[in-house]
Every structure is written in C-alpha cells, then in structure tokens.
Design a protein around this ligand. Structure first.
Ligand code: PLP
Length: 407
C-alpha cells in the first residue's frame, strides 16, 4: 500500500505543561530561543568557540579542572554507558551500590562490558550503606571500580558521595558516580571529593532539553582509558576518539556530527546557572523543597526518605489511601497541565515523585502544585481546609524573608 505523505502534514502544536515530575523539567524560554538559533556546521569556528565555552561551564558545574569534561551527544543513559565501557575491560571487578532503579542499570552496564559485578543492596529510599560498602571492599580488594548513584531519582534518596569516594581512594579503587539528578540541584564537587568519573543529564536541574549529557573523567580515569589493553567495545563511546573532536585547540577532527542546536541550548542553560551562582541555585532548591514539604504535610502526605538523606529536587511522597494514583495524575495533567511523576520499579503505585528541578524549582510552581493537589484530593475525600497547604508553604517563604532581613 502506498503511503500518502500528505495525510501526516499537519502543523505541530504541543500544549505546554508545568513539568514537576522526575524530569524533564521546565525549559526556560531563553534556552528554547538558543535552541532555535541558526544551525551551523559542527566545525564552524563559531561553534568551535562555543564548544570550548561549554566545556568551561561544565567544569564549573562539576567543580572540576579536568579537561576531559564535555557533553555526550545522547541522553544520560549513554553517558552512563560511556563511563563503564571506557573504564572497564573484560574480567574487571566492580562493586555496584544499588538502592534504586539506576543502581540496577549500573549492574547491567558492568555485565555487558564483560566485567564482574559485586552488588551491595540497600532498601529503596535508603542511602548507600557505608558499612555494607566497607565489608564489600574488604571482601573484594581486587575490585577496580566502585559505582554508585549520588541522587536516586527512583526514590529521592541522596548518598554520601564524599565518604564513598574517600573509601574508594583508601582502597585504591576508582569511582563512577551517577549525578544525573544532583548536578545543579545539590552540591557536586568532583575534584574536592576525588571522584574519578561522573555523568549527568541535561533535563533535570540544568533545565535544558533532553538528549545531551555532561560527563567528566579525572586524571586517574584518563590514564586508565589511555592505557587500555583492549579497544573500547563501543566505537561511538570511545573517549580516546571523541577527544580528537572535543579536545580543544585548533586541530579538531570529525568524529560524529554534534547536535549543534542542543549544544546551544546546553550552553544557555549552563550560563543561566553560572549567572545565578551554584550556591544560590542549591539554596533555592532547598527552600522550595521546605515550602512544598510544609504544604504536603497539611494534606497528610509523607516522605519516603528520612529527612537527612532527602533530595530537595526529587520529592518521593506517599499517596493518601483514599486517593487514586493514576486518576489523580491524569486529572492534574488534563485540568492543570501539570505533570507529576509516578512511582518507578518497586515503588510503582505506592508513591508520587514531585520534581522541583532547575527552572521548575520556584515558589510559583510549589504553590501551583499544592493548589492542584488540594483540588484533586478534596474531591476524593481529603480532610483538610482548602488553601491551608498553600498558606503553610507561604509561611516558609515569609519566615525565610524575615530571617534574611534580620541577618
Ligand atoms: N540516572 C539517573 C539517576 C536518572 O534519573 C536517569 C533518568 O531519569 C538516568 C540515569 C538516565 O538518563 P536518560 O533518561 O537521560 O537516559
């Protein structure tokens, strides 16, 4: 049957949403405008200058001086894969810390790299247990790498990256850290902590469009990559080859056609964070989380993760018994154009994941989300006063303003 191309020729029209799920987050108009700048060649001098600037901005975000810091032309999963395939060779041993979905994926990556995974498991919602890790290091002194997820998006738990990196250094092992959800939202200090390889995503606290993923390799990791016995099994991910393009200087060789417009967008989003200042961005995420928490408490909604390990940018919260999970989320989407996230993996159907990431982390969004939830939950039998949740959140902002005025 012949396909009639005319049938699919309709103008694209996408309804804007407020994105308060586990990512993507709201993309600011400035970033979308940057995306729409004219496409130029991937070796055009204008683009080459932008590549260098993007690398400098990523170094700031990661807090590293490493020259092997760049955006991978693909989503976070590809950057995750790049870390494993570049650092591992067949027969290597990796200790993988698992406390949610993305730790499980790390095991997959280790095994598909021909390496052996030794796994330590923590309950979902808990951070990586340092005691269990110490035992695993003792039992596996020949392990080459410790891999862990700094901010588990499936549960909202943050692990102690600095302590894990120290344990790895003391044992002479390398670290691979997933900071897809933490970068830009909570402190990530690659050089100070001594992390050897880390990757992130564009669509969480950077508030850029999805599909481009920051990555960084420290000096020790670079030496491992340069001195491999076997070729990296993925041609596309081989950082030795990618550096011929992203490495800097006047001589750049074609490796692949970079997603030029996505790099414009990433550059703009990084610039916005640089202008705000990382510390201020971290404080903003923390404050909006406190306000959201105050409002949710009024509605009897609890957090999955203990306060000490809670991510401000990813709030995994219990669904009230009287409420219908899917119906509530679909009402928020259809009536309010508001997206919140469902539970993932073992937490599917048990929790909602409310994201306050990047540009989505604002007082406006906190109040908007609380109002939408109040409306939906009151109609389903919730026992609280309309407006009380927003008032509780506003009190948090008011108190913060007063204490800043006093100090
Ligand atoms: N790691 C974590 C912690 C994530 O949250 C995600 C995505 O949500 C990924 C890895 C994979 O990133 P992407 O979906 O961009 O491939």
């Amino acid at each position: 049957m012949a396909i009639n191309a005319n049938e699919s020729q309709c103008e694209l029209s996408i309804q804007a949403r407020t994105l308060m799920g586990p990512g993507p987050s709201d993309v600011p108009a400035r970033v979308l405008a940057a995306l729409g700048q004219p496409t130029v060649g991937h070796l055009d001098p204008q683009f080459v200058a932008l590549m260098d600037e993007t690398k400098r901005l990523l170094q700031y975000l990661f807090q590293t001086k490493s020259e092997l810091t760049l955006p991978i032309s693909a989503p976070g999963s590809s950057a995750m894969e790049a870390c494993f395939v570049n650092l591992l060779e067949a027969g290597d041993k990796v200790i993988v810390c698992r406390n949610g979905v993305f730790g499980l994926r790390m095991t997959e990556n280790v095994e598909r790299s021909g390496a052996q995974a030794v796994t330590i498991d923590d309950e979902w919602g808990q951070p990586v247990s340092l005691d269990k890790l110490a035992e695993a290091i003792k039992a596996n002194p020949d392990a080459k790498v410790i891999a862990f997820v700094h901010a588990e998006t499936s549960t909202g738990a943050q692990s102690d990256a600095q302590a894990i990196a120290k344990m790895a250094q003391d044992a002479g092992m390398l670290t691979i850290m997933d900071c897809v959800t933490s970068l830009g939202g909570t402190p990530v200090k690659i050089d100070e902590w001594g992390i050897d390889a880390a990757y992130s995503g564009s669509q969480k606290c950077l508030s850029c469009v999805p599909g481009i993923a920051p990555i960084t390799f420290g000096e020790k990791a670079q030496q491992v990559i340069q001195n491999r016995k076997q070729k990296v099994q993925s041609w596309f991910s081989d950082q030795n080859l990618i550096m011929a393009y992203w490495g800097g200087g006047a001589k750049r060789a074609y490796h692949h056609t970079a997603p030029v417009n996505n790099v414009y967008a990433l550059h703009e989003s990084l610039l916005m964070i640089k202008k705000e200042g990382l510390e201020i961005a971290w404080a903003r995420h923390a404050q909006n989380h406190q306000a959201l928490k105050a409002g949710l408490q009024v509605m009897g909604i609890e957090f999955v993760v203990d306060e000490a390990h809670r991510l401000p940018q990813l709030n995994a919260v219990t669904i009230p018994e009287y409420a219908d999970d899917a119906a509530t989320r679909s009402q928020l989407l259809s009536e309010f154009n508001l997206e919140i996230g469902a539970g993932l993996g073992a937490l599917a159907g048990k929790v909602w994941r409310i994201g306050l990431m990047g540009h989505s982390s604002s007082q406006h969004n906190v109040e908007f989300c609380l109002n939408a939830l109040e409306t939906s939950l009151l109609a389903q039998g919730g026992q609280f006063e309309k407006g009380a949740a927003i008032a509780a959140a506003q009190a948090v902002y008011q108190n913060a303003k007063q204490s800043t005025a006093v100090s």
